[in-house]
Design a binder for this molecule. Structure first.
Ligand SMILES: CC(C)(COP(=O)(O)OP(=O)(O)OC[C@H]1O[C@@H](n2cnc3c(N)ncnc32)[C@H](O)[C@@H]1OP(=O)(O)O)[C@@H](O)C(=O)NCCC(=O)NCCS
Length: 167
């Protein structure tokens, strides 16, 4: 298992092609996709394709979306991580948790340590984050880890708030 880092309650590790059932479970839930411009996954083959073509290629330069497990139980609760977006030359902080894990501060804990990892280990200068204007929980996570609101913009036809953190 390729562990990226641990937080007080969580372990973040790289996904592998063996994680199709976990990715399917997460990305087939409508509550999870409510504010995201994505279609639900329909089967494990679909999830395996996403892992192979979207998630694994992001692991260049130690970036990427990392699976989150709860220490002790090893329960999978979602992902958090940094994605390089070449079209806008930004390192983007993102997270996605199973509804059963919401409301426990896990997203904030994972995002805070991801920001620190990006600045301290990867030596990134700037990290950005975006949340749909109605996605208050996600905006709160970005604000609680100290990111600054910059502007509203439209991405994929959806209005979002953009946040930034500078090392
Ligand atoms: C965004 C997400 C990760 C947040 O998870 P979470 O478990 O609620 O996060 P946390 O517990 O760390 O903190 C969320 C904060 O928002 C608050 N919050 C949650 N829902 C809220 C709502 N509808 N209105 C106002 N505040 C809300 C919580 O109270 C908490 O703040 P607090 O610690 O001051 O009480 C989760 O909702 C999720 O995975 N959503 C689906 C995927 C997604 O939208 N990802 C983000 C894309 S930009």
């Amino acid at each position: 298992m390729h562990i990226i880092f641990e937080t007080p309650r969580l372990i973040l590790r790289r996904f592998t092609e063996a994680d199709a059932s976990l990715v399917l479970f997460l990305n087939s839930q409508h509550e999870v996709l409510k504010y995201l411009h994505e279609r639900p996954l329909i089967n494990e083959a679909d999830a395996a394709t996403i892992i192979r073509t979207v998630i694994l290629p992001q692991y260049q330069n130690n970036l990427g979306r990392w699976a989150i497990h709860v220490k002790g139980t090893n329960e999978f609760i979602g992902w958090c991580g940094l994605k390089y977006r070449p079209e806008i030359d930004e390192n983007d902080l993102g997270y996605r948790l199973l509804p059963s894990a919401w409301g426990k501060g896990y997203a904030t804990e994972a995002a805070k340590h991801t920001l620190e990892y990006g600045f301290n280990e990867l030596q990134l200068a700037v990290i950005t984050g975006r949340a749909h204007i109605e996605n208050i929980a996600s905006q709160k996570v970005l604000e609680k880890i100290g990111m600054q609101f910059i502007k509203e913009e439209v991405v994929d036809d959806g209005p979002v708030k953009m946040y930034i953190a500078v090392s």
